[in-house]
Design a protein around this ligand. Structure first.
Ligand SMILES: NC(=O)c1ccc[n+]([C@@H]2O[C@H](COP(=O)([O-])OP(=O)(O)OC[C@H]3O[C@@H](n4cnc5c(N)ncnc54)[C@H](OP(=O)(O)O)[C@@H]3O)[C@@H](O)[C@H]2O)c1
Length: 274
């Protein structure tokens, strides 16, 4: 496993995304993933599966301290009192005294950053989160959040895959020394079957999904592909034994022009334009 280091945290470059995984499917996916070598698990209050994530972690037999657990607080819970309630519920669900990484899942434009980021930082001061960060923050939001934060914001979790141009927000995250965690890293299933990725994969004896993940790893990002399929879990971790050439990286970069954003709910911010 390789790691991205940022503001004192070491984030495993491949993690398991668990959105939509429910019940025993989620428990088994988390357990199997950790037993296969995953050391980074991504959940959220919104996913309704923190209990199953905690159960999978315990069932894995791997020491809790060896796994980075990330959860998130929703945009409707960013006022201090609600924030604390949401986080306490997450910790109760996970049956953990702290998470390794706590993120604001989406900003709430009606709540000043001083208040929402203040609540986030308080969670770290209270020992309920080892590190704090954000998700879905644009370049302007990153600058505004950094202007008021009392704790380092270690990461920005955003949509990144070969079919979207995120150059501006990647540069802004880097400017602040933040790790970028790429969500929807295989474009929610649109990577398998894509001609260029399949072709490049063939030359390395790898799948299109592995090419997409390797592209993100070589860009220096973390990626959290989601699957409950044991073969896919194994495949998605197996991206550290080959290297894409400069020409292959450039060809994948060109696909950014497709500009296919998979995730943009009504509460999304005004995204940075390419
Ligand atoms: N912060 C945010 O706002 C935010 C937003 C969206 C997502 N996320 C996080 O990012 C994670 C990943 O995003 P996502 O789940 O939407 O999309 P994704 O990981 O890009 O795609 C998931 C899809 O890809 C398939 N897949 C996975 N591995 C594969 C492989 N090796 N070969 C072929 N198909 C494969 C899965 O099917 P199978 O089950 O058949 O393998 C599933 O249908 C989420 O689970 C969540 O943790 C965060």
């Amino acid at each position: 496993m390789q790691f991205v280091e940022a503001h004192g945290v070491r984030i495993p470059q491949i993690g398991l995304g668990t959105m939509t995984l429910k019940g025993d499917i989620c428990v088994q996916a988390v357990k199997t993933a950790i037993q296969l070598g995953y050391r980074h698990i991504d959940t959220a209050a919104f996913y309704g599966n923190e209990m199953e994530n905690g159960e999978g972690l315990r069932a894995s037999g791997v020491k809790r301290e060896d796994v980075l657990i990330c959860t998130k607080v929703r945009e409707n819970n960013l006022l201090p009192e609600n924030f604390t309630k949401s986080l306490d519920q997450s910790l109760a669900n996970l049956q953990l005294p702290y998470v390794d990484l706590l993120l604001i899942h989406w900003n709430n434009k009606d709540i000043p950053f001083k208040i929402s980021i203040g609540a986030l930082c308080q969670a770290k001061k209270d020992g309920k989160a080892k590190h704090v960060g954000v998700a879905n923050f644009t370049t302007a939001m990153l600058d505004a959040a950094w202007a008021v934060t009392s704790e380092p914001l270690v990461c920005n979790q955003i949509e990144v895959h070969p079919f979207i141009n995120q150059d501006k927000v990647l540069a802004a995250s880097k400017k602040h020394g933040m790790a970028v965690v790429a969500y929807v890293p295989i474009a929610r299933g649109k990577v398998p079957g894509a001609e260029a990725l399949e072709r490049i994969g063939k030359t390395h004896g790898k799948s299109a999904a592995q090419v997409s993940l390797r592209y993100l790893v070589q860009l220096g990002l973390c990626a959290i592909p989601r699957t409950a399929n044991p073969a896919h879990l194994k495949e998605n971790l197996d991206v550290f034994d080959f290297k894409l050439s400069d020409a292959e990286m450039a060809e994948l970069k060109k696909l950014n022009a497709t500009n296919m954003r998979v995730v943009s709910p009504p509460h999304a911010p005004v995204w940075d334009t390419p």
